[in-house]
Write a protein that binds this ligand. Structure first.
Ligand code: N01
Length: 527
């Protein structure tokens, strides 16, 4: 395979595959998709814990151009979404473009030639190296270490990241974890070979993943100790199997499925009125969530424990019909005294009480604030992306970062959603990148770099939009960093993002035709 490519894409989740599909549709044949795993699917390949499912309706959580009349439920399970992504990769001819088991360790932009140099390692060898050095996914690699597996270099004109914001597991920093003699794993690294039957299991965390797997663990385990730091607000999940006649209708009349998709879209979009514009309206949702607790939990003390004390919507609103009934069982205890330490045999709470367990499962989420590890992406002047993001991740339109020319991020900073489908955001960004590529070709630009002032103004606007929203109402969430900066969420309507990304606005970029000559807003000027 050639060691040069005009376009390199990282990842084969919705973002990477969607980008590849649109490139092919537009006639680009020369591009490479780098995938560290041995299968496509991104987060839907990596997260396979029991109960894993989507909390956005599948008619909307799928590509607009590839509707699937066969969804078995309103909200598909993980295995079905993974099968859908495999189908997309095959149907649109992406498999020959994908280099599996290939891990991007570092990407350097060479400004003398306006090209990215990518260091690639064999995933298996890199994994062995990381295990030997006790490194976890997301930990910085010492690129000077002679023991690092051999790197292959690939040169790319444009680099598109489809790495996603929630791919690096976050492990809690709890004293004594390394002393624990039982089984330990994170929800993203579920060990299906470990039989939970009859085991005493501690679960740490009560977020979107935990509320899906706790009911499944409780079916098997002899005892479940659920360590809750902050209770989530949970609403009923309006899930149901799709009926035979509905699937037949969608097969024969695709417009009927589009109509369902549109109605879901507008129903979810209407939530922005309360989330972003008038958080007082969230009271209505809170009443429904409180009713859900009362209906599903008979015990008043347990009701009190699971009732949050922050405004609903500040953290992600979760959907579940089986979480509260699971907690109400006698062999499940919700523990809210905090964790002091872990011993060889169990977990000690802040009152000093130890509970022995056979296994500890982390439902502790992802490193959302550092979506790209330090030491991975180096822009102009060799600057590490994480140094550019010292005050928190930010980008222009969630896609480009000043000083990192020809680097496009899908699911970049401030593109996350708490209310609707990420696939909609991804398709909007892909349109932006496609238009950028078309203009680069047309005008002969070798490199495009967003202007610093444009990025700064854009982010000031984003932060002011976040002020006063429900996400700014004082809870502790992964949406906002320790300085109170919203680095992850899109704080408005998704159609507004689509409008912004419809066209590549070259006038906001420094556009370079060749190394010594710069073209700004279409006008040639000396560098
Ligand atoms: O992670 P989370 P997740 N000691 O960050 C707790 C997406 N997703 O994997 O709230 C004790 O939500 C932490 O407590 P607190 C979705 O976007 C989507 O569940 O910080 N507890 C919290 O309870 C979601 O938002 C689907 O006080 C500790 C939990 O761990 C995102 O993934 C399904 C702790 C982490 O919750 C992440 O969800 C699943 C500590 N030291 C996930 N550290 C869909 O359906 C953390 N916690 C599409």
């Amino acid at each position: 395979m050639s060691n040069k490519t005009p376009i390199a894409i990282i990842g084969t989740g919705f973002a990477g595959l969607g980008m590849g599909i649109k490139l092919k549709e537009a006639g680009y044949e020369d591009f490479v998709i780098l995938e560290q795993g041995s299968d496509v699917g991104g987060t839907w390949r990596d997260n396979h814990y029991p109960g894993c499912a989507c909390d956005v309706q599948s008619a909307l959580y799928s590509f607009s151009f590839e509707q699937n009349p066969e969804w078995s439920r309103m909200y598909a399970q993980q295995s079905e979404i993974l099968a859908y992504l495999r189908h997309c990769a095959e149907k649109y001819g992406l498999m020959p473009h994908i280099r599996f088991n290939t891990h991007l360790t570092a990407a350097h932009f060479d400004e003398t030639r306006n090209r990215w140099t990518l260091d690639l390692a064999d995933s298996g060898r890199l994994w062995n190296y990381m295990q030997r050095h006790d490194l976890k996914p997301g930990d910085a690699l010492d690129l000077e270490d002679p023991e690092l597996p051999d790197m292959e270099q690939l040169e790319a004109g444009v680099l598109v990241s489809g790495m996603g914001g929630l791919s690096t597991p976050a492990y809690p920093n709890i004293e004594g974890l390394d002393r624990f003699q039982g089984k330990l794993f994170h929800s993203q690294d579920w060990d299906h070979g470990y039989d939970l039957k009859g085991k005493r299991v501690a679960v740490i965390g009560t977020g979107a993943s935990a509320i899906q797997f706790v009911p499944e663990v409780a079916k098997e385990a002899a005892r479940v100790d659920l360590y809750q730091r902050t209770p989530p607000w949970i609403m009923p999940k309006p899930d149901r199997p799709m009926k035979g006649w509905e699937k037949a209708l969608f097969r024969r009349v695709p417009a009927a499925q589009s109509a369902l998709r549109n109605s879901i879209y507008w129903q979810l979009e209407s939530r922005v009125l309360a989330l972003a514009l008038n958080p007082r309206l969230m009271k209505i949702a809170e009443l429904e969530a409180r009713r859900h607790i009362r209906k599903q939990i008979p015990d008043k003390a347990l009701r009190r424990k699971v009732t949050p004390d922050y405004t609903i919507g500040c953290k992600r609103i979760l959907l579940s019909n089986n979480y509260y009934p699971a907690l109400a069982q006698d062999h499940v205890d919700v523990l809210t005294d905090g964790i002091q330490k872990v011993t060889a045999k169990g977990v000690v709470d802040k009152n000093g009480a130890e509970r022995e367990v056979d296994a500890i499962i982390f439902g502790t989420g992802f490193k959302a604030q550092d979506p790209i590890p330090k030491g991975m992406v180096f822009g102009r002047g060799g600057r590490d992306l994480l140094d550019a993001w010292r005050d928190g991740a930010e980008a222009y339109k969630g896609t480009t970062v000043h000083g990192f020319p020809n680097f496009f991020m899908l699911v970049g900073p401030n593109t996350g959603l708490g209310h609707s489908s990420m696939v909609y955001m991804i398709e909007s960004q892909i349109q932006y990148v496609m238009d950028a590529l078309a203009k680069m070709r047309q005008k002969g630009w070798e490199a495009v770099d967003v202007k610093e002032s444009v990025q700064a103004d854009y982010n000031a606007m984003l932060q002011s939009k976040s002020d006063g929203s429900v996400w700014d109402s004082g809870c502790n969430s992964w949406y906002v960093n320790e300085n109170g900066k919203n680095t992850t969420l899109w704080p408005s309507f998704t159609w507004a993002f689509r409008q912004q990304t419809h066209r590549f606005d070259a006038q906001h970029y420094e556009c370079v035709t060749s190394a010594p000559l710069r073209e700004v807003a279409g006008e040639a000027v000396p560098a």
